[in-house]
Every structure is written in structure tokens, then in C-alpha cells.
Design a protein around this ligand. Structure first.
Ligand code: SDX
Length: 394
């Protein structure tokens, strides 16, 4: 403490804003959106309803929901030139990098979004465009990586169905919508919808605080989510479970590695900055794993490994003392894989779910007219010193 500045690297205990959107209680494992529990929302609402709730502050009436969904359907297409941009990416490009690039690019096709003083109706059009176009861009980045034709959105379908068809459909055959897949993905998107001031939401608020466009702010959020300590963990969990499976399923070996202070290996999907109790979302997803795999008729040995890993960690005092529990990323990848998604798309699925939360956080901070984010520092570098060239010194 320098009398002026209190250091809190990583903002471990710093409140950056007030907010009416999401309430977390890390000790009790409570998560609520606009006062509704995540358990109630996951069980009784649809993802589009939760998106509306987060962004506009109340659950939509039937008329409001119909209007919201038809508005979204009108904007699911992207400018044809964007198809050409896809050609510029190598098939190996990670879809999170493609997505964040193309979301920023949307501001080139909708330049009115760059005006920080445009009216609420114009802002809402940008919000609708983002909700409508991100599933299209996400599915197309996957198709581009596979060398498959990109399917246009089918506006006869609902939000999740449309995305699944663009992801897995082919122009050569009828795509049959599997209700079990739709229900599972809808629930998973709800469980990822918002999480107060997490790394990516805080990034969206910081970028938005400079009056950069909503597209630029969301692109910033996508990039922050990509990191392996944040949303990228869901991809790393599966890679970790596969590594343990390939190594003969030696759970204790990896528990010991995670505990070794000299080993950078961490149990991906474990631990949380706020939850020092079970992540309520992980509880729901874990329960749902068995249901979805059963419904889809999928046997996945990594689920057995995950359950053994969880049991071993929860009985190990290193994890108990540090209150390290499974988080939202620990089981989600197992369901995504059972649904047929490639591991590279897992964090993109997290981004599609988190999009309404990011939008709600950005909208709230703009409506609160929050000042530009500009943290201070404590300087620890060299004191004043003259620049003397060698030839001058002689
Ligand atoms: C998400 O913030 C959000 O809300 C995020 C999120 C959301 O919905 O937006 O919930 C989504 O990002 C979930 C987290 C996904 N990340 C992972 O699963 C990656 C693995 N977990 C960690 O790296 C870690 O737990 C974090 C990043 C999640 C939290 O890190 P913190 O709060 O900065 O904790 P820390 O790194 O200071 O760890 C405290 C101690 C350390 O040991 P000591 O130095 O005290 O001896 O716990 C240890 C850490 O080494 N530790 C772990 C560990 N996580 C923390 N040790 C082994 N395995 C782990 N997973």
C-alpha cells in the first residue's frame, strides 16, 4: 500500500462495479440471474428466454419472446463477403481466433455500430445482430476447418436447432433434428450464460468503457475466454482426461503432479476464484452427463476417469485445504463430445452461451455511463538515470 494505491494483482478482491444482473455466493455455491436461481432457469426456461432476461432484466412474455425470436431470425445471415474472409483462414485456425476476428469484422459491415452516441434502438439492433450472427459464424468456422460447404441458417428453426443444423448438416441430405441434442445444448448454454465479473465479462466492460463498439467489446471477451485458465479449460479438461486414459488411467499420478509446486500441471476443470464450495453449474452438468450419454447411447471412458479424478481430489487434503472443487468446465466437455462436437469447438460453445451475459454486462455499464477503466500501479523500476552514449563517456 503506497498511501494512494492498494495493490490487488488479478483483482482477487476488488469490486469493479455494482450490477443488477448476476448474484454469486462462492461460499454457499449460489448462482442467480436477475434473482432467479440457476437451478430453476436450467430446469424451467429456454436459453433464448434466459438471454432476454439477462439483457432486458425480466423474463419475456409470450409476445415479447415471439418478437425477440423473429427479430433474431431476421439477422442470422452475414454479409456474403464474410464467406470470402473465411477462405483466408487455414483449416487449422482455432475457431475462437476465427470467431473473435469475424466479430470485430462485423463492425466493418455495420459501421453505424461505431457511433458511441447512437440511440437505444440502434444499440438494440447491434445486440440482435450479435445474438443472430454468432451461431452462424461459429458453425461456419467449423465447416471451414473441415472443408465442408457452409450451410445458410434455416429460419424455420429455433435458435439451438438452427445452430446444430449449420454445424452438422450437409447440403446433400436432410438433417434430422435430435430433440435430445437440442435439449442438452439448450441447457448447457443456459449454464454458461453469465457469471458476474469473470475475466471475459470484465474484459468486455473494460473495452466498452473506452466507447469502443459492442462488436469490439465482445471480440475482446471471446479472446479473454479463450485462455486455458478461463473458458479454454473445457478443451483442456478433455485433453487432460485423454492423457490420463492413454497413461493407463493412473489417477493418483496426476493428482500428485497437480500438487507438486514444481510441476506446472494443474487439474483442469478444478478450482475457482469465487466458488469455495461446489460450482452449482458443475453439479447440474455432472448429473446431466449420465442422462445425455444414456439418451445418446454413448459410452465414454473419460466420464469414468473424470468421476474417479473428482473423488480422489475431493478426498485429498491439498484440494480440500485450498477448497478446489470441480467447476463448470470439468464435465461440460464430456457432454459436448458425446453430442458430436470436436474439442476445438468446446470453448466456442462456451462463448455462444456467454454472449447474452457479455451483452448484458456491456449494456449495463454503458447505461450507468461508467468512466473509462484505468487502473493504477506501484512503480518498481529504475530511478531517474541519464542516457549517456559510450563515446560520450570517454
Ligand atoms: C472458468 O471467474 C469465473 O466465474 C470463471 C468461470 C465463468 O463462468 O466465467 O466460472 C469459468 O473460467 C472456470 C475456471 C476454469 N479454469 C480451470 O479449470 C483451470 C484450472 N483452475 C485454475 O487454474 C484456478 O483454479 C483458477 C484459475 C480457476 C482460479 O485461480 P485463482 O483463484 O487465481 O487461484 P490460484 O491460482 O491462486 O490457486 C490457489 C492455490 C494455488 O496453490 P498455492 O500457491 O496456494 O500452493 O490453489 C492451487 C494453486 O496452485 N490451484 C490448483 C488448481 N487451481 C488452483 N492446483 C491444482 N489444480 C488446480 N486446478
Amino acid at each position: 500500500q503506497s498511501g494512494l494505491i492498494t495493490m490487488d494483482v488479478g483483482f482477487k478482491n476488488t469490486g469493479s462495479t455494482t450490477s443488477n444482473i448476476t448474484f454469486l455466493d462462492g461460499e454457499k455455491g449460489i448462482l442467480r440471474h436477475r434473482g432467479y436461481s440457476i437451478e430453476d432457469l436450467a430446469e424451467k426456461a429456454s436459453f433464448v428466454e434466459v438471454a432476454y432476461l439477462l439483457i432486458y432484466g425480466h423474463l419475456p412474455s409470450t409476445e415479447e419472446l415471439d418478437a425477440f425470436q423473429s427479430e433474431i431470425r431476421r439477422h442470422t445471415l452475414v454479409h456474403e463477403n464474410i464467406k470470402d474472409i473465411f477462405q483466408g483462414f487455414p483449416a487449422s485456425a482455432h475457431p475462437m481466433g476465427v470467431l473473435s476476428s469475424l466479430v470485430t469484422t462485423l463492425s466493418a459491415f455495420h459501421p453505424e455500430s461505431l457511433d458511441p452516441h447512437r440511440d437505444a434502438e440502434a444499440v438494440n439492433l447491434t445486440i440482435i445482430r450479435l445474438l443472430a450472427k454468432i451461431p452462424t459464424l461459429a458453425a461456419w468456422s467449423y465447416k471451414n476447418s473441415q472443408g465442408h460447404p457452409q450451410l445458410y441458417p434455416d429460419n424455420k428453426l429455433g435458435y439451438v436447432e438452427n445452430f446444430l443444423k449449420m454445424m452438422f448438416g450437409l447440403p446433400t441430405e436432410e438433417y434430422n433434428i435430435d430433440p435430445a441434442l437440442v435439449e442438452a445444448l439448450d441447457k448447457l448454454l443456459i449454464l454458461h450464460a453469465d457469471h458476474e465479473q469473470n475475466c471475459s465479462a470484465a474484459t468486455v466492460r473494460v473495452v466498452g468503457s473506452s466507447e469502443a463498439s459492442l462488436y469490439a467489446s465482445i471480440s475482446g471477451g471471446i479472446n479473454a475466454l479463450w485462455g486455458g485458465l478461463h473458458g479454454g479449460a473445457n478443451q483442456k479438461v478433455i485433453e487432460m482426461l485423454e492423457m490420463i486414459k492413454a497413461d493407463g488411467g493412473d489417477i493418483q499420478k496426476y493428482i500428485d503432479k497437480a500438487k507438486d509446486p514444481n510441476d506446472p500441471f494443474r487439474l483442469m476443470g478444478f478450482g475457482h476464484r469465487v466458488y469455495k464450495n461446489f460450482d452449482p453449474r458443475a453439479k447440474i452438468i455432472k448429473k446431466y452427463c449420465d442422462v445425455v450419454l444414456d439418451k445418446l447411447g454413448v459410452q465414454d471412458q473419460t466420464l469414468d476417469i473424470a468421476k474417479k479424478l473428482e473423488e480422489a481430489a475431493l478426498n485429498d487434503e491439498y484440494f480440500i485445504n485450498r477448497k478446489l472443487f470441480p467447476n463448470v468446465d470439468f464435465y461440460s466437455g464430456i457432454i459436448y463430445r458425446a453430442m458430436g462436437f470436436p474439442v476445438e469447438m468446446f470453448t466456442v460453445l462456451f462463448a455462444i452461451g456467454r454472449l447474452p451475459g457479455w451483452i448484458a454486462q456491456w449494456k449495463e455499464s454503458r447505461e450507468m455511463k461508467q468512466a473509462i477503466s484505468r487502473p493504477r500501479q506501484i512503480y518498481t523500476g529504475p530511478a531517474l538515470r541519464p542516457l549517456v552514449r559510450e563515446e560520450e563517456a570517454v
